[in-house]
Design a protein around this ligand. Structure first.
Ligand code: LLP
Length: 426
């Protein structure tokens, strides 16, 4: 149940009809359901009941401040990968003590911002980063709380662009070097080792790679404790997959049980970083058909959203289920169509040979499961201004990020002196 259901023949977000929203805010736009965000967060948190755990929402999946705040109110922390996300998390009211900060390339300024915010821990991904953090913290008379992110060399079995736990990936500290780097970290004046972290990939539909990774991590924690390190936080990253195509996907409860079984007796504060699992099905992208175009061999639905608004199909060949806003009659005509955006690239295709009802220009179409890695990855290619995000709660709704105008984009640019002249060329 994701709170995007047909009622009286129209697709609703909770109690709000999506065609009403489309009239009010224009298309395309993202729409999020508060009830789904809360339900998913609660289901995940409940899976860890009885275990000492911090559920730190992976802000990268959807960093709208209203979304972060919705989750923060239910007890979520924040898992960050940039100083910008730190600003958002703080703006949303997430306390520093519930924030963890990962990323292979944190800058000096970002490390300082993390120290200023007194975050729970830095997930440090290399020795040079460790040294820089130590230097900065020591100069301020502080010790930075650090978990080293190790790379367990486990294949998550997911798309190669979102697998992170293999030794050829850029993430984490190489497995075999971990023990030595922990030993050297102990001698750094600005570092306080508090734990260990791992993240093997995203959209895992099978729990086995997690089991493999967590068992390896478990052995490492035992070894590091024998070496005298006080490993008291264990950050297991995110990665739980969701059913984009309606197929089976792991239940949070099964994941919680797996965590308990593999690392539960280590008596660590567990940090979990779910992103997609919470936000994915809580969001849709609503778009309008511009043209129905008959090609030589295919019918195209040309819609007003494009790859710049939702990059996942272009980037990962990702599947997003599509449904019309007006419920089609059960015995209505179905066509096989390609759904494409207006951008001048063949890759600007949301779906090929999809069975959809016969639709006409002006009709509204919804791409489902677009709440994670949708708006956050959008850009302004082809000078297409960013689209709005709308948050629904019951029968209330609010634009939580406004639509950009072309003027907003142009205002960022300026002409150098040598090009300032007439407005038009002769
Ligand atoms: N923690 C870390 C350190 C991460 O790198 C990620 C995601 C997460 C947590 C959250 O993972 P999740 O629970 O959402 O799977 N743009 C891609 C996904 C990239 C994921 C990157 N890391 C996509 O649209 O599929």
């Amino acid at each position: 149940m994701d709170h995007f259901q047909y009622r009286d023949g129209r697709l609703h977000a909770e109690d709000v009809p999506l065609d009403t929203l489309a009239e009010a805010v224009g298309t395309p736009f993202y729409c999020y359901a508060t009830a789904t965000l809360e339900r998913h967060f609660d289901a995940f948190a409940q899976a860890f009941e009885g275990q000492r755990a911090l559920v730190a929402f992976a802000v990268k999946s959807n960093s709208n401040i209203a979304v972060i705040r919705t989750l923060g109110r239910r007890g979520a922390g924040a898992a960050l990968v940039s100083g910008g996300e730190l600003r958002r998390a703080r703006e949303a009211g997430i306390p520093g003590a519930r924030i963890v900060f990962s990323g292979v390339g944190k800058s000096r300024a970002e490390l300082i911002a993390g120290l200023d915010a007194k975050i729970l821990q830095f997930n440090v991904e290399s020795e040079p980063e460790l040294r820089l953090l130590s230097e900065i913290a020591a100069a301020r008379g502080q010790r930075a709380p650090v978990a080293l992110r190790v790379n367990p060399d486990v294949d998550a079995g997911v798309h190669h662009k979102i697998t992170t736990g293999l030794k050829e990936n850029k993430f984490g500290i190489e497995w075999t070097a971990a023990r030595e780097i922990y030993a050297r970290a102990r001698d750094l004046p600005g570092i306080e080792i508090v734990g260990l972290s791992v993240h093997i990939g995203s959209q895992l539909l099978d729990l086995e790679p997690f089991r493999k990774a967590f068992l390896k991590i478990r052995d490492l924690v035992v070894m590091l404790r024998q070496d005298g390190h006080d490993i008291r936080h264990l950050d297991l990253g995110g990665g739980l997959g969701i059913p984009y195509d309606g197929g089976p996907s792991p239940a949070p409860a099964a994941y919680g049980a797996l965590v308990k079984e593999t690392v539960g007796d280590l008596d660590c504060l567990l940090v979990l970083e779910p992103g997609r699992m919470i936000t994915g099905n809580a969001g849709v992208l609503v778009t309008r058909l511009l043209y129905r175009k008959e090609g030589a061999t295919r019918t195209f639905y040309v819609v007003d959203a494009a790859m710049n608004d939702l990059m996942r199909p272009t980037l990962y060949d990702a599947y997003h289920h599509m449904v019309p806003v007006l419920e089609p009659p059960a015995d209505g005509e179905t066509l096989l169509v390609d759904v494409v955006g207006p951008i001048c690239e063949t890759g600007d295709t949301f779906g090929k040979q999809r069975a959809l009802p016969a639709m006409a220009a002006g009709d509204l179409l919804v791409l489902r499961t677009a709440g994670a890695y949708g708006a956050v990855m959008s850009n302004t290619y082809n000078t297409r201004p960013g689209i709005p995000e709308v948050l629904v709660s019951g029968d209330q709704w609010k634009v939580v990020r406004r639509r950009l105008e072309v003027a907003d984009l142009l205002a960022l640019e300026s002409l150098p002196d040598w090009l300032e002249a007439d407005d038009e060329h002769p």
